[in-house]
Design a protein around this ligand. Structure first.
Ligand code: DAT
Ligand code: MG
Length: 151
């Protein structure tokens, strides 16, 4: 088994639209488990750290401005190949290209308000989780998880 932990954010548009429950439900229905969860509002420094890979791109300023506009919900989500699996549930970056059935394909219209963040690989998951959670903020969900998966 390859149990992974990934960072999922319900971005400020998801919180203000009342879609946090819908997003969490879709992840849980797949069988993924939440190992940490909190609501917080990012300041500019944390937002720039989180999106560091995009620094210098034309949309970077808008992205940082948007992600700091209001509260977001951050989660550590665990499951078998959870990094790729959560990206699949979230859908393509541009909602117009996101498959129907994905969060963005069903619930979002534009790339600048695409509701959810999901880490895109092992290194980014590890880096991003540290921006939002301390080591003592995770609970063990391994037992719950192993009831739902089998090689
Ligand atoms: P993803 O969130 O699917 O991992 P990404 O890491 O390439 O996508 O970009 C991070 C966020 O930045 C994305 O969710 C929305 C915004 N973004 C990306 N490309 C953009 C663009 N061309 N114009 C405006 N915003 C963009
Ligand atoms: Mg990304």
């Amino acid at each position: 088994m390859t149990i992974e932990r990934t960072l999922i954010l319900c971005k400020p548009d998801a919180v203000s639209r009342g879609l946090v429950g819908e997003i969490v439900a879709r992840l849980e229905r797949r069988g993924y488990v939440i190992a940490a969860m909190k609501m917080l509002q990012l300041d500019g420094d944390r937002a720039r750290a989180h999106y560091a890979e995009h620094a210098g791109k034309p949309f970077f300023g808008d992205l940082v401005a948007f992600i700091t506009t209001g509260p977001l919900v951050a989660m550590a989500v665990e499951g078998e190949n959870a990094i790729e699996g959560c990206r699949q549930i979230i859908g393509a970056t541009n909602p117009l290209s996101a498959a129907p059935g994905s969060i963005r394909g069903d619930l979002a219209q534009t790339i600048g308000r695409n509701l959810v963040h999901g880490s895109d690989g092992k290194d980014s998951a590890e880096r991003e989780l540290k921006i939002f959670f301390g080591a003592n903020e995770f609970v063990s969900r391994r037992h719950d998880l192993e009831r739902w998966i089998k090689d």
